[in-house]
Design a protein around this ligand. Structure first.
Ligand code: C2E
Ligand code: CA
Ligand code: CA
Length: 587
């Protein structure tokens, strides 16, 4: 059965007769029948019309016509695929003999009616044909619809509803196909794992409708960019995968990847919004880098993360050390989720001393993690993982509470009061838990607000969002002081410090390390201290390891200092011992 589109439900009957009066008479006869009546005055016209009609249910064909008679017309109709099955009834006033009737049947007629026609018999016969036609038509339509539904189901099974791109299921089939093709041809192909940068904020701020429209737009752009032999798939969420075949020329491959980055960066206009995005891309080459097709996506995904780390809007090729790093990262993240319950965290405290007196004035709280399987893991390694997995909120609150409690206890036994400085991730300022935790500690009067300092990063100041500035002001309003950690390593300009409610800057360890050999570092330290004092800020120098460093900082009028020279970060008990000793020593 051909895939004719079936638009009309009403059948038509073609009346073929060279004499218009005969056509008129037949038309009158068929008035009561629910069908479109179409006329043709010759065999040729009949052929043209019959082929053009897709709801043709019956042909009433005059036998005797000039040029092409009814028999000939019927034979030609039988030769056309479109008209092959359409029933023909011969109508004749002349050839009533058996021979002609037989000839009629053999040329494809299903009936042979001789004039004078008995109207009721003809009408009944034709009604019957109409009924047959409707049955057949209905069946045909049902099959057509069923096929359409099947096609649609098939499409949905391996395509993404939103973008109509191949989905994850289909992608893996395509990868398999591409892999066996390249095994056969000894060719290579590239798998690009693409993640939209900043898509979440589009969704959060502009809503899902616009978010969806953005995904569709990006999908269309990618589809238009690649060649027929390439595959663009939606992997899920804001992740896409592109398979690029024919990549023998690496320079050409890179230019194609660059095109993808460029096209994603072009502004998207939706509902009066101009949206600018970028993509981070991870690339893995089969079989050059990985000859296991099943793992291609995972490895390209790992490489994509590298692009994110590099600052997004870029691409990275997979490498083997990435794999190891990714595996370690995964197991760390897994362990990290259970570490709180397993009591694997602790806080160490590093003393901060006064540069004039050498007396301890406070401590910095530093988180420690010792895992049963992985051993002791440095915070520089696990804090970013806690951040990306969202665990930092709970963890940050825990460090804060733990430190306040410990230092409050220690302070009770001391002749003076130690300040406690707690580190905070930028992310914590984007979650209400952080401020609530701080507020609670102040409200329960466990500790005086002036004895708490919160260390933030330069990056937080650079974000310059009103939400963050409000939080910082609210913390300052509680009476708590704020310090900028690792000062000098980021981009903090003077202007930021002036605008933000900051009390203290902590000069990064890397500058202190250069003392006394590195003149440049020493000039920088001099400048930072002068500038900070000019702004009315207190200065703490980190990472003092030697007497010379300590002497230099004292001579530069630095306010406070911290480093192994005085003490490493210590567990609470050891801190108490250290404090006892140092307080005795200084009398
Ligand atoms: P940071 O805030 O700059 O902390 C100072 C780091 O320098 C600490 O490393 C400390 O042990 C180390 N340090 C102190 N004095 C010296 C010295 O004289 N020489 C040398 N070489 N190093 C010294 P740590 O404890 O490994 O912490 C690393 C980083 O992890 C911290 O850098 C901080 O950014 C982060 N971190 C630690 N605890 C927390 C926390 O509770 N929350 C957050 N968000 N971050 C934390
Ligand atoms: Ca710090
Ligand atoms: Ca620091």
């Amino acid at each position: 059965m051909g895939k004719r589109t079936i638009e009309k439900f009403k059948p038509s009957i073609l009346i073929v007769d060279d004499v218009s009066a005969n056509r008129f008479a037949l038309r009158q006869l068929l008035k009561s029948i629910d069908a479109d009546l179409i006329e043709a005055s010759s065999g040729e016209e009949a052929l043209v019309k019959a082929i053009g009609l897709n709801n043709l249910a019956l042909i009433l064909l005059d036998v005797q016509m000039p040029i092409m008679d009814g028999y000939e017309t019927a034979e030609l109709l039988r030769e056309e695929e479109q008209t092959l099955h359409i029933p023909i009834i011969f109508v004749t006033a002349v050839h009533r003999d058996e021979q002609h009737i037989l000839k009629g049947y053999s040329s494809g007629a299903i009936d042979y009616i001789t004039k004078p026609i008995q109207p009721s018999i003809l009408a009944a016969k034709i009604s019957l044909f109409m009924e047959l036609w409707r049955l057949r038509f209905g069946l045909e339509r049902e099959i057509f619809n069923r096929n359409k539904l099947e096609d649609k189901n098939k499409f949905l099974a391996d395509h993404d509803m939103l973008t109509s791109l191949p989905n994850r299921r289909r992608l893996f089939l395509e990868i398999e196909r591409a892999a066996s093709r390249s095994d056969r041809d000894k060719s290579e192909f590239a798998l690009l794992f693409i993640d939209l940068d900043g898509f979440k904020s589009v969704n959060d701020t502009l809503g899902h409708k616009i978010g969806d429209a953005v995904l569709i737009e990006i999908a269309n752009r990618f589809s238009e960019l690649v060649r027929k032999t390439d595959t663009v798939a939606r992997f899920g969420g804001d992740e896409f995968v592109i398979l690029l075949t024919d990549i023998s020329d690496s320079q050409f491959l890179i230019s194609r990847i660059t095109e993808i980055l460029d096209i994603a960066r072009k502004p998207i206009f939706i509902e009066n919004e101009e949206i600018s995005l970028s993509v981070s891309v991870g690339v893995c080459i089969y079989p050059d880098q990985i000859d296991d097709a099943d793992k291609l996506v995972d490895y390209a995904d790992i490489a994509m993360y590298k692009s994110k780390e590099l600052g997004k809007n870029t691409f990275s090729f997979f490498s083997n050390d990435m794999d190891q790093a990714a595996h370690r990262r995964l197991s760390v993240e897994k362990q990290l989720r259970h570490a709180r319950k397993k009591n694997e965290f602790s806080v160490h405290y590093q003393p901060v001393v006064n540069c004039n007196t050498g007396q301890p004035i406070g401590v910095e709280a530093l988180l420690r993690w010792t895992n049963s399987e992985l051993g002791s893991i440095p915070p520089d390694y696990f804090i970013p993982i806690a951040e990306s997995s969202g665990l930092i909120h709970e963890l940050g609150a825990w460090v804060f509470e733990q430190s306040i409690e410990t230092i409050t206890e220690i302070n009770k036994r001391l002749p003076m009061t130690l300040k406690v400085a707690v580190n905070a991730s930028t992310l914590q300022f984007k979650n209400s838990l952080w401020f609530k935790t701080i507020e609670k500690a102040i409200k329960t009067k466990k500790i005086a607000p002036e004895d708490i300092e919160i260390e933030i990063t330069e990056g937080l100041l650079l974000e310059d969002s009103s939400e963050i500035n409000n939080q910082l002001s609210a913390i300052r309003a509680l009476g708590i002081s704020l310090s900028v950690d690792d000062f000098g390593t980021g981009y903090s300009a003077l202007s930021y410090l002036k605008r933000c409610p900051i009390n203290t800057v902590k000069i990064d360890r890397s500058f202190v390390k250069g003392i006394p050999e590195d003149r440049e570092d020493m000039v920088l330290i001099h400048a930072i201290i002068a500038m900070a004092h000019g702004l009315g800020l207190v200065v703490i120098a980190e990472g003092i390891e030697t007497q010379e460093q300590w002497d230099f900082l004292k001579s530069e009028d630095c306010d406070f200092a911290q480093g192994y020279f005085f003490s490493k970060p210590l567990p609470a008990q050891e801190l108490e011992t250290w404090l006892d000793k140092s307080l005795v020593a200084s009398g």
